[in-house]
Design a protein around this ligand. Structure first.
Ligand code: AMP
Length: 416
């Protein structure tokens, strides 16, 4: 606690930190909290899991007074992250009695309009916030404290112009903090335009390498699902996240795992918000221990106790790989990342290694596994099975020739 006290945190926040039994500040907290409390604009290069929410939260609690209008605004790229950040902010705001209101799309706008009437702190995704601005159901005229959380993701998702509009609706006399895993030239341009002599801080430890093991298996495309099932049944695990690149693959994997006695839930952007929230809650409470997801769930979410991350598909964007693996080996726990590689993943896998040369991903010999039958809901197969573009090359990752079977395009049930 002594180390937290030295950072100049207010009593209200110190009480929460003590209740949470945090022993010492994380690197990003140590480096940014004193600057934030001094009122400086800060650009912090930090990934999820670094403890950044407490870092900007400490500044917000200090700068926000009850019932004086909306003083603090946090922008996040996804609805899930907005909920998560709002949850942390509610804890931090408890002793000061501040009202925290999350605002995001996919749910009723009317409830949000009512809640905004007495909000002190707002956590919002850019699209829905603009809707409120257009309806005059929110005023940003009293904003003193603006946070852009996971700014790189907001830019990737095309929110750049929306964010600029929102920033322009805030008073110039404010403190602005920008948190981002990577700082692109576009973000640098943005900060030059909208921030006051910002101080740049970076911490590079995305994951604790000593606690994280990364491996890959090289299988034929038609062995992916069977190997995944085999490993899930063999490996002793706590919470498991399985990443797919498309909604269709996510549904396919979750459905077939359930058909093979592995209780799994899917989560992706095509699902209604209420369902997404329910699924995440069940996973966080360990009611379901296998979550099959697209990258929506990979960014920002703070789910503790994830022991295994599987990449059923390797992501096309090397940054997404870093975000996915950051779901495990958190807060001192150990974790393993298991990449299930087939020919359709080779290019993405090489790209990930090219962009993250310090990653150590060990090859593991593929064990004997039982081939299982899978079902497809639609005649279309999961991504990458058809069409000349995606037709599996008959090579393994080492370039050795593999004799593969053709698949019967019309059958609804096949070994996979
Ligand atoms: P964040 O990067 O804000 O999503 O935080 C990631 C996780 O680290 C959350 O579960 C926090 O509760 C936890 N955390 C934040 N600060 C500390 C700290 N100083 N010591 C231990 N855990 C922390």
């Amino acid at each position: 606690m002594e180390q937290f006290e030295k950072l100049g945190l207010c009593e209200n926040v110190l009480k929460i930190i003590s209740a949470k039994k945090f022993e010492k500040p994380s690197e990003i907290q140590e480096k940014t909290i004193p600057l934030i409390l001094e009122g400086k604009d800060v650009i912090a290069g930090s990934a999820t899991g670094s403890g950044k929410t407490l870092a900007f939260g400490a500044g917000i609690i200090k700068n926000t007074e009850k019932k004086t209008g909306i003083r603090s605004l946090i922008l996040t790229p996804t609805r899930e992250l907005a909920e998560q950040v709002a949850g942390v902010m509610r804890e931090l705001a408890y002793h000061k009695g501040l009202e925290v209101v999350p605002v995001y799309g996919g749910v009723s706008i009317n409830n949000q309009v009512k809640n905004l009437a007495y909000a002190d702190i707002v956590v919002a995704t850019p699209g829905r916030l603009l809707d409120h601005l257009n309806r005059n159901s929110i005023s940003l005229a009293k904003i003193k404290f603006l946070v852009l959380d996971e700014a790189d993701r907001m830019w990737d998702m095309g929110f750049k112009d929306d964010v600029a509009k929102i920033v322009r609706a805030c008073p110039k006399d404010r403190q602005t903090l920008l948190f981002s895993a990577t700082i692109s030239s576009e973000l640098a341009d943005f900060s030059e335009k909208y921030m006051k002599t910002p101080i740049e801080i970076s911490v590079n430890n995305y994951v604790d390498a000593s606690k994280l093991k990364q491996v890959y298996y090289d299988v034929r495309d038609d062995g992916k699902f069977s190997l995944l099932t085999h490993l899930l049944k063999q490996e002793k695990s706590h919470l498991v996240m399985i990443f797919c690149n498309t909604r269709r693959n996510t549904d396919f994997v979750a459905k077939n795992l359930n058909d093979n006695d592995i209780s799994a839930q899917a989560i992706h952007g095509g699902m209604e918000q209420n369902k997404r929230t329910r699924v995440l809650k069940g996973f966080d409470n360990s009611k379901v221990n296998v979550l099959v997801c697209t990258d929506v769930a990979g960014r920002g979410l703070d789910i503790s106790g994830v022991s295994h991350v599987y990449n059923y598909d390797l992501p096309a964007d090397a940054k997404d790989y870093i975000h996915r693996i950051g779901r495990t080996a958190r807060a001192g726990a150990e974790g393993i990342v298991i990449n299930i590689l087939a020919s359709r993943d080779y290019n993405n896998f090489m790209n990930i290694q090219k962009h993250n040369q310090s990653l150590v991903i060990e090859r593991v010999m593929t064990p004997e596994f039982k081939k299982i039958f899978v079902k497809f809901d639609s005649p279309r197969r999961p991504q990458g099975r058809f069409g000349n573009r995606d037709r599996p090359r008959r090579m393994n990752f080492q370039g050795k020739n593999m004799k593969g079977k053709r698949f019967n395009r019309n059958s609804k049930k096949s070994r996979y």
